[in-house]
Design a protein around this ligand. Sequence first.
Ligand SMILES: Cc1cc2nc3c(=O)[nH]c(=O)nc-3n(C[C@H](O)[C@H](O)[C@H](O)COP(=O)(O)OP(=O)(O)OC[C@H]3O[C@@H](n4cnc5c(N)ncnc54)[C@H](O)[C@@H]3O)c2cc1C
Length: 387
Amino acid sequence: MVSPTFDVCVSGGGAVARSLALVLAGHGFKVALACSPGALQLNSSDVRTYALNARSLALLDHIRVGAPLRQHGHPVHEMDIRGDHGGRLLFSAWEQRVTDLAWIVDASALDRLLADAIQFSPNITVVPPQGDSAHAPVACDLWAICEGKHSRSREALGATFDRHAYGHHGLATRVVAGRPHAGTARQWFRSPDVLALLPFHAPVAGASYGVVWSLPEGLAQSLAALPEGEFMSQLCAALEVSSPGVVNELGGLTLAAPVATWPLAIAQARPWSGDGWVLVGDAAHQVHPLAGQGLNLGLADVDALASVLVQARANEPWRALSDAKLLRRYDRARWLPTQAMGQLTDGLLNLFAATPAPFKDARNVGMALLDRATPLKRWLVGRALDA
Ligand SMILES: Cc1cc2nc3c(=O)[nH]c(=O)nc-3n(C[C@H](O)[C@H](O)[C@H](O)COP(=O)(O)OP(=O)(O)OC[C@H]3O[C@@H](n4cnc5c(N)ncnc54)[C@H](O)[C@@H]3O)c2cc1C
């Protein structure tokens, strides 16, 4: 029998597909990356800033993208999370005994750096993608499907995607403040929206923020359509309602990028793997961005899948990469952490969406109690640093 040309075919054009191709190629696997023509040449104009955890950054360091990416980002030293009725939760890197709680990085820079690294990898061949077939685009031992939440290959293979749309959109942009942010991320759990200002490095070093604001769909779209001045008045008004005086404390805010929105949902695919194929990243799961964990989960999938394949090659060389038993090891390693993260974000959202007074009081008292429970806080941060 003629062996397939490639060990692994990775299909998808996002950060998860690019990272998986690079990690596997770095371990000596022959990789085909199936993505649309030109996807790697295009300069993305994604305005999102991603909060990346320590595990994601370690993986990006391993493929030599971490250090240049940090030049397009800023570390988070403190997180200041507010409820809607006086509740407050403070996390600091110092209290958690870590150097940084996360890094806020530029989504477009991440795409570009990964694309540059792919051009220089001798083990990666870029091939044209294929639409909605249950077969990989090229002959390979393993087909890793990283096609995002709308994956048609997942559908063709018969995997289900149990998806619940929140009816909310995530609005993202960037703003510049009049005073330095000192690495403090701020988040407000309001009802029904969640608003975050993430400390970023550009366009003004030390005084810029990435904005992530999840809102009911209609409201998000009408805010995104507003002229710059009106949008900023609405943003500042929302901040002032949540924390009176905060806009002054920040030294005023100016819009620094276009405003874009994304529909939000929670979803899990089942199964995640079969004979010769696996789902990775948003193709396997989707979570609400309030905890900034979607890409972190996808990169943790990459890490786990690569480690299953590398160990199998070293310890069980008779086993094919397509072996469904082997692929279930990856599935077992990743199913629980993603379920847990999905439920945590969903639970927080539902808790703060409830409007009756007893819920309001309880959730804010709960925040205050958690703020005093240092070991529990340390445990929570530990989970977030290693999704
Ligand atoms: C507002 C917002 C803020 C967020 N903030 C954070 C954050 O702070 N931290 C974090 O960790 N996560 C965050 N996320 C989540 C993060 O954006 C996603 O989890 C991540 O981008 C998923 O990456 P992916 O590569 O799996 O999928 P995608 O980015 O969706 O990429 C999939 C790609 O595959 C392509 N494709 C589809 N079908 C095929 C095919 N048949 N062949 C080839 N290519 C195909 C698609 O066109 C697409 O380019 C945020 C999300 C939103 C909406």
